[in-house]
Design a protein. Structure first.
Lengths: 334, 179
C-alpha cells in the first residue's frame, strides 16, 4: 500500500477534561461548544463556560492542537445576539476556527471578523458543489463539514469542484439524512434540535423497566421503543425508535440504533481529498473519547505510512452495538 | 419524575449472569461505614466545587445507586450546602429521583473512568430510571473531573489509600469476579 496524505483528526469534547483527554489521545483538533443554545449538544452538565474555553484553548495550543468552536445551531428571530456574542467571544478567545451553521451568522462572522477562519457546519446541509461554492464565495468559508449522505466517489467529485477543504465524519452517531432539518424532537417536546441545540431533551426522556427486564423508552408522551431483556439499547431519539404501524410491526421507521464506522474506508477518504476526519460524540464520556481517538490516531497513522491497522476494537462503543458505513459505501443504505 | 419508593424486594436479578451475593449475605452493620461515607462525600465536595456548577438544579436531586449484587445500596444527595451519601441495607423504603443500577464492578469501573456509561447502557449492563436530566448532569459533572471519583475515594482512606486503590484495581480488572 502506498503512503497517503495524513488528514487532520478532529475529535469531540463535551467538557474541558474531555478536551485534554482527546489531545492526549492524539487529536490534531478538538471541537467544542459554549454552554447554552448556540451549539447542537446543549445537554445538562455539558459544554464550556467562557473561562473554561480560554483555559482550554491555551492548554491545547501549548500542545500543538487546534480548538474549533461549534456555534452550529440556528437562532430564531429576536435571539440572534446570543449567537453573535458566541462568535465574538470565540474569536476573542482565539479559537482556530468557528463552525457555523446559520447563513445569517455566517454573514455576521464574515463581516465582523473577516480574517478569522470559518468552517461550515454539517448542520448547514451543504452537499452540492453549487451550495458549497456559494458559501465560499459569499462568506469565505475555509472548510465544509459534509452531510453524511454522499458516497466516497461523490465526495471526490465535490472535492474537485470546490475551493475549500472537506471534513468528513468517520465515526459515531448518525442523525437524520437531511441534517439540520430534523423537527422530530420539536414536534414532541416543543424544543428544537436545531434552534435550541437539544435532540431529545433529557427532561423529556423516561426509561421504564418491567419485571421481565423489558425496557420501554419514552420521549414525552410517546413510546419510542420497547427493548426486550436480551436486546441492546440505543439513544432515546425518535429517529432511532421502533414502531407499530398498520403496515409493519416493530420496525425502525427512520433509522436503526447504529453507529457510523468508516475505519475500513479511511484510505479511500484520504485518496478522495478529505482534509479532516471527524469523530462524533461530544455527549459521550472521556472513556469513549480516549478509546475512539486512540484507535483512529493509530489507524490514520498506519494508513498514511502504507500499513494496514487493526480496526476491530470499536464495536463496543457503537450505539446498539452495531455499526455501518452508511451512505459512504452505497446509496442503497436505508 | 416524582419520587418513588425503592425496595430490594421489588428487584429481580438482572439477566446478565452476575452473581447475586446479596441473597446470601446477612444485613451489614452499615452504621460503621456511614462516618467513612460522610468523610468521602465531604472531601469530594471540597476538592471539586466545579461539580456543583455543572450539576445545576440537579444538585437537589436524590440519586439511588444500586450495586444489585451487594446487600446494600447508597443514596447520594449532591447538595453543595449539605452533601450526603447514605448507605442502607436492602429492604428499606427510600424515596429517590434517580435510580442507577449495575453490578458493583460495573459501577466502580464507571466512576473510575474505565468505561463509557453510554456503552454500558446500550449493552444493558447499566440501568437508569427516573429523572433523566439529573442523570445526564451527574454523568457529565463527574466526567469532567481530572482525577476520577474512584481515585478520590481511595485517597480518603489516608495511610490505607494505596491498598484501597489496589483493591479497586483488582475488582475492576477485566475478567470474571464475583462483584
Amino acid at each position: 500500500m502506498t503512503q497517503l496524505f495524513k488528514p487532520e483528526l478532529v475529535c469531540p469534547a463535551g467538557t474541558p477534561a474531555s478536551l485534554r483527554t482527546a489531545v492526549e489521545a492524539g487529536a490534531d483538533a478538538v471541537y467544542c461548544g459554549f454552554q447554552g443554545p448556540t451549539n447542537a449538544r446543549n445537554f445538562p452538565g455539558l459544554n464550556f463556560t467562557r473561562d473554561e474555553m480560554i483555559t482550554a484553548v491555551d492548554w491545547a495550543h501549548q500542545r500543538g492542537a487546534k480548538v474549533l468552536s461549534a456555534i452550529n445551531s440556528f437562532p430564531t428571530a429576536g435571539r440572534t445576539q446570543i449567537w453573535k456574542d458566541a462568535i465574538d467571544d470565540a474569536v476573542s478567545i482565539g479559537v482556530d476556527a468557528a463552525i457555523i451553521a446559520d447563513i445569517g451568522m455566517a454573514d455576521y462572522m464574515h463581516k465582523s471578523h473577516p480574517d478569522h477562519r470559518m468552517h461550515l457546519s454539517v448542520q448547514a446541509g451543504a452537499s452540492s458543489p453549487e451550495a458549497i461554492n456559494f458559501y465560499c464565495e459569499r462568506f469565505d468559508i475555509k472548510r465544509v463539514v459534509l452531510p453524511r449522505i454522499l458516497t466516497v466517489a461523490e465526495i471526490k467529485k465535490v472535492h474537485d469542484e470546490i475551493p475549500c477543504e472537506i471534513e468528513a465524519f468517520v465515526f459515531g452517531n448518525i442523525g437524520m439524512m437531511a441534517e439540520g432539518r430534523c423537527a422530530l424532537t420539536n414536534y414532541v417536546t416543543g424544543l428544537s434540535t436545531n434552534m435550541d441545540g437539544v435532540c431529545s431533551p433529557a427532561n423529556f426522556v423516561n426509561y421504564e423497566e418491567d419485571e421481565n427486564l423489558n425496557l420501554t423508552t419514552r420521549l414525552g408522551e410517546f413510546a419510542i421503543d420497547c427493548i426486550s431483556c436480551n436486546e441492546n439499547a440505543g439513544y432515546p431519539t425518535i429517529c432511532k425508535g421502533r414502531y407499530n404501524t398498520v403496515h409493519k410491526q416493530e420496525y425502525y421507521a427512520f433509522e436503526e440504533p447504529i453507529s457510523l464506522n468508516l475505519t475500513a474506508l479511511l484510505p479511500d477518504l484520504m485518496k478522495a481529498g478529505v482534509t479532516a476526519l471527524k469523530i462524533e460524540g461530544r455527549q459521550r464520556s472521556r472513556a469513549y473519547v480516549r478509546s475512539v481517538v486512540s484507535e483512529f490516531r493509530g489507524a490514520v497513522d498506519a494508513y498514511s505510512e502504507g500499513k494496514y491497522p487493526d480496526i476491530s476494537n470499536l464495536l463496543a462503543l457503537t450505539e446498539g452495538q452495531k455499526e455501518t458505513q452508511g451512505a459512504f459505501r452505497s446509496k442503497t443504505w436505508r | 419524575m416524582t419520587s418513588d419508593n425503592f425496595s430490594s424486594d421489588n428487584r429481580s436479578i438482572n439477566g446478565n449472569g452476575a452473581n447475586n451475593l446479596s441473597r446470601f449475605l446477612p444485613p451489614l452493620p452499615v452504621f460503621i461505614l456511614q462516618p467513612l461515607l460522610n468523610h468521602i462525600v465531604k472531601t469530594v465536595a471540597r476538592r471539586h466545587p466545579e461539580l456543583f456548577a455543572r450539576l445545576g438544579d440537579s444538585c437537589k436531586k436524590r440519586y439511588l445507586i444500586d450495586p444489585y449484587n451487594l446487600p446494600i445500596f447508597l443514596l447520594l444527595q449532591p447538595d453543595p450546602d449539605h452533601p450526603q451519601l447514605r448507605i442502607y441495607n436492602r429492604g428499606r423504603n427510600v424515596p429517590y429521583d434517580v435510580f442507577i443500577s449495575g453490578t458493583f464492578k460495573t459501577l466502580l469501573r464507571m466512576i473510575d473512568g474505565q468505561t463509557d456509561s453510554d456503552a454500558l447502557f446500550f449493552n444493558r449492563q447499566l440501568k437508569v430510571t427516573g429523572n433523566s436530566e439529573a442523570v445526564v448532569a451527574l454523568r457529565n459533572a463527574l466526567d469532567n473531573m481530572d482525577a476520577t471519583l474512584a481515585q478520590d475515594v481511595a485517597s480518603c482512606f489516608g495511610p490505607l489509600s494505596k491498598p484501597v486503590r489496589l483493591l479497586i484495581d483488582r475488582i475492576i480488572k477485566p475478567g470474571k469476579t464475583t462483584l
